[in-house]
Design a protein around this ligand. Structure first.
Ligand SMILES: Cc1ncc(COP(=O)(O)O)c(C=O)c1O
Length: 482
């Protein structure tokens, strides 16, 4: 199949030695399950899901070395040897001086926001991320999106759509004054923009600009290894450097990073927070005992820290990251060949379907991307997730919906879990839903939780589903790219 896209095929640098059975439940059962879940794929039971593309967070497969590492867990309350292995692995791969373990990414976001933001300060960032912005706002910060305009254009094929727009950042600094900027919140790659990377040239320029104003840069390193791969592939001068070398160079232009290790770092749970500034570290280390656990476990078991230390080593290997991004790209190429609208260029961890282009007749307040995720589940039992108006939430001051320019449905590919045949099945299901797009109706939100509403909100169909919306996969069109 690979050659059909005019390139040599790649293959995964591993073979499978244990399998977990999955099954596709019948269409009537899927309809019932979705109704019970309030048309929110987060509220489905995983037993009712066929291919689970909800998230790449904690859903990857660990290696045999990682599983073996679990048996080396040192479950001492204090000073576990696995912590020191983790600390060394983070220092080696990312280059920061001081390392703290946390239970997962948002634990780190919480601590960093509390220590680095004073109420009323501004936090510029390259597009918002749900939990990141919420913790910044809970700490009294005011978030500003300073990403390049191309990030909001799904069709733009700019290679680094995650870049910060230096003019936007400069204008904000001039308007509010450098002392009122808590820090620059930089994510590589940018999840909400479709997994789009930041260029090395951009982070270097940011470092120079921030240095002139004494502003710190903190990095959301959750998918920074994928970002480093894109730099190797796209940015002049980096083709001969390893992903590991590029990663370290990129991090060297930042003052610290937080990590949801459930993504790039190949574990099912865990995270870390790392900084260079000793004084900030002391503050974080003190606060961690209040919210996460002692600074040598931070909410993680010793065995989990061991698996994470090994996962970090594996995650920065070129052949791993090439096949990881390659699998996402394979799915993207199938859909692009069928002229199905997705965010271009294909990013690191997921395919983002452009729900506005699927459903031009569904206004944004009727949740087109949520609708598309529901339709995919009905079609084949594939679980996707919304990245549009429901995820964007409400403005904390006005209470109005945020209306993001991107209204996307995310098909997120777990690491080392699914095969190329699974990707073919996913593509066929998306095609089937695309073919029925004009008969699909939107949704109405009937329950809205206060925080991060997309996780637990419930919806109802606005009008009865159009006939034929739940065709079983067997009737979907065959895989014949035109
Ligand atoms: C870019 C990014 N940052 C932070 C987080 C939060 O991490 P966690 O889910 O481990 O709390 C996520 C999780 O999806 C993420 O994608």
């Amino acid at each position: 199949m690979g050659q059909q896209f005019g390139r040599r095929s790649w293959a995964e640098p591993w073979k499978i030695k244990m399998v977990e059975p999955i099954r596709q439940i019948p269409p009537e059962d899927r309809r019932r399950a979705l109704q019970e879940a309030g048309y929110n794929t987060f509220l489905l039971r995983s037993d009712d899901v066929y291919l689970d593309l909800l998230t790449d967070s904690g859903t990857g497969a660990m290696s045999d070395r990682q599983w073996a590492g679990l048996l080396l867990g040192d479950e001492a309350y204090a000073g576990s040897r696995n912590f020191f292995r983790l600390e060394a692995a983070v220092r080696r791969a990312y280059g920061y001086a001081e390392v703290l373990p946390v239970h997962q990414g948002r634990g780190a976001e919480h601590l960093l926001s509390r220590c680095a933001i004073r109420a009323g300060q501004h936090v510029p960032g390259n597009m918002y991320f749900t939990t990141t912005r919420l913790h910044q706002e809970l700490a009294g910060g005011i978030f500003h999106d300073v990403i390049v305009d191309a990030a909001h254009d799904t069709a733009s094929r700019e290679p680094f759509k995650g870049n910060v727009d230096l003019d936007k950042l400069d204008a904000l600094i001039r308007r509010v004054g450098a002392a009122q900027i808590a820090y620059l919140s930089l994510a590589g790659t940018v999840n909400m923009a479709g997994g789009q990377p930041v260029a090395m040239a951009n982070v270097k320029a940011l470092r120079a600009l921030c240095d002139t104003h004494g502003i710190r840069i903190f990095l959301d390193a959750t998918r920074m290894v994928e970002n480093a791969f894109f730099i190797q592939e796209r940015e002049p001068g980096y083709a001969k450097q390893s992903v590991a070398e590029i990663l370290r160079e990129f991090c060297s232009y930042t003052d610290g990073a937080w990590m949801s290790a459930k993504k790039d770092n190949l574990v099912n749970i865990g995270g870390w927070l790392a900084v260079n500034d000793r004084q900030l570290y002391e503050e974080l280390r003190n606060l961690i005992v209040v919210y996460e656990g002692l600074h040598t476990y931070g909410g993680m078991a010793g065995r989990d820290m061991e698996a994470l230390a090994i996962g970090i080593e594996e995650s920065v290997q070129d052949e791993h990251i090439r096949s990881r991004v390659g699998q996402v790209r394979y799915l993207g190429e199938l859909l692009t060949d069928w002229d199905i609208p997705i965010v271009q260029p294909v990013g690191g961890h997921a395919i983002f379907l452009d729900a506005r282009a699927f459903y031009p007749h569904i206004p944004q307040q009727e949740f087109p991307a949520q609708t598309l995720a529901a339709e995919l589940y009905l079609d084949s039992g594939i679980r996707a997730m919304e990245r549009g108006i429901a995820s964007a939430g409400r403005d904390p001051v006005s209470g109005e919906h945020h209306f993001p320019r991107l209204e996307l449905t995310r098909l997120t590919i777990p690491r080392r879990v699914y095969t190329q045949a699974h990707m073919d099945v996913v593509a066929e299901s998306v095609k089937s839903v695309w073919d029925q797009r004009m008969t699909t109706q939107g949704l109405r939100m009937v329950y809205e939780p206060k925080y991060l509403r997309f996780f637990q909100a419930r919806f109802e169909r606005l009008r009865p589903a159009a006939l034929g919306c739940e065709r079983p996969l067997a009737q979907a069109r065959p895989l014949t790219p035109t």
